[in-house]
Design a protein around this ligand. Structure first.
Ligand code: ATP
Ligand code: MG
Length: 385
């Protein structure tokens, strides 16, 4: 049996002249994702809706994809039928029975008709369908103002009847806003930052710095797992993993202890920018949030980006930790993020860090360390996943 899923694009209505290209990108993204299930799945875009037609045995895989698809405000599995009054009413009765079997007691009908040649107006269709359902399923009651569920009818090139439906991720299709390089740690924040930028249409690459053997292989594995989870929303993520042990050791041995976190951030930014430029990324992305920790005061954020020219996007800058956690749970990265493996920053962090670093002083100390060759060495053999 062939099922149909109906997808409603998000935000595209806003995009005026670019709209066609945004719609095309979204269609292409859907096509790529569904090809991993079966190359023959058909996607159609017409009158502001995407339709997927596929055998019902693919339901679970397809719905998993739709739950991670950026660019749609919602989706629903729908019955497709001929545009005939009695066929549509029959489908409504079926839908009503399904609702009743799921414990629903009150409902209403909503009808939309883009095909004006259909003989009933939307209002007439609502009335007739409401009567048909209540006649067939007498325990189901119409409640216009506060229904438990809604049976929706859309008369387009075919008739669609459905209820329920799921909220989509929203946002703009990935691939419409250039490419960014996400600094991905093993924490809660950076995967959320990557998701948020992907939801503004950005393709995401990621870079992670570890300090093996001071950090464990499990810590690295956790980051790979986070990249995969975030990548489910981003079409795909290319992850660069750099060994920063020598850089960190040099900082630890030769710099004033209270400055080490800022200096490490500056080195990470330099290495990230070089990797970004090589891979056509137009910005860096971090999970920093103002004043969340000592390294994220406005002065220290300024120090950390002071040696690079690419813009640094910080989508979480005004988020509270509570809001970030909520989002991390929603996108499914939280449980992995809280696995207790130590990140390289926590291992080397001083008990009394500089809170309001002066940029000139930071650069003076940084330059004395002569980190350049060590950074270049780390850049020479990145692990690529
Ligand atoms: P997170 O949950 O992102 O780890 P955090 O509160 O631990 O947040 P910090 O450790 O101060 O924050 O890191 C701030 C940001 O710096 C991270 O969100 C990330 O973008 C970047 N970052 C930190 N450590 C690393 C790392 N080892 N590799 C790559 N990026 C990192
Ligand atoms: Mg962190």
């Amino acid at each position: 049996m062939i099922n149909t899923w109906l997808l409603k694009p998000a935000e595209l209505i806003l995009k005026g002249e670019n709209r066609k290209s945004f719609e095309g990108t979204l269609k292409n993204n859907i096509h790529i994702l569904l090809s991993s299930v079966d190359r023959n799945i058909k996607i159609k875009f017409t009158s502001g809706r995407y339709y997927i037609h596929a055998p019902c045995e693919y339901s679970e895989k397809i719905e998993n994809i739709l739950n991670h698809l950026i660019g749609i405000s919602g989706w629903v599995k729908t019955e497709t039928c001929e545009k005939k009054e009695d066929t549509v009413l029959r489908a409504c009765v079926e839908e009503g029975r399904r609702l009743f079997n799921n414990g629903i007691k009150t409902f209403k009908i909503e009808a939309r008709r883009t095909d004006k040649s259909f003989p009933l107006t939307s209002y007439e269709l609502c009335c007739k369908a409401g009567d048909a359902v209540t006649n067939a399923v007498s325990s189901l009651v119409v409640d216009i103002h506060n229904p438990q569920d809604i049976i929706k009818i859309e008369i387009r090139e075919k008739a669609f009847v459905y209820s329920g439906g799921k909220k989509g991720c929203g946002g703009l299709p990935v691939g419409t806003a250039g490419r960014g390089m996400l600094l991905l740690s093993g924490g809660i924040d950076s995967p959320v930052a990557g998701f948020l930028m992907a939801a503004r249409g950005m393709n995401i690459d990621a870079i992670h710095f570890h300090a093996y053997p001071y950090t464990s292989l499990e810590a690295k594995q956790k980051v790979i797992c986070l990249a995969k989870l975030t990548g489910m929303y981003c079409m795909r993520i290319r992850l660069y993993i750099l060994n920063f042990t020598k850089v960190q050791m040099k900082i630890k041995e030769c710099a004033p202890f209270s400055w080490t976190t800022i200096l490490l951030r500056m080195a990470m930014m330099e290495a990230s920018e070089k990797t970004a430029k090589k891979n056509n990324c137009k910005c860096l992305i971090t999970g920093e949030s103002l004043s969340q920790v000592a390294s994220q005061t406005i002065e220290n954020l300024t120090c950390s980006q002071s040696r690079i020219s690419l813009p640094v996007l910080r989508p979480l800058i005004g988020f509270s930790k509570e809001d970030i956690i909520k989002k991390a749970k929603q996108i499914g990265t939280f449980d992995t993020s809280i696995q207790p493996y130590q990140d390289c920053c926590t291992l080397f962090s001083p008990p009394h860090p500089v809170l309001h670093g002066n940029t000139e002083e930071a650069n003076r100390i940084y330059e004395k360390l002569e980190l350049e060759p060590l950074i270049d060495e780390a850049l020479q053999n990145p692990e690529f996943i």
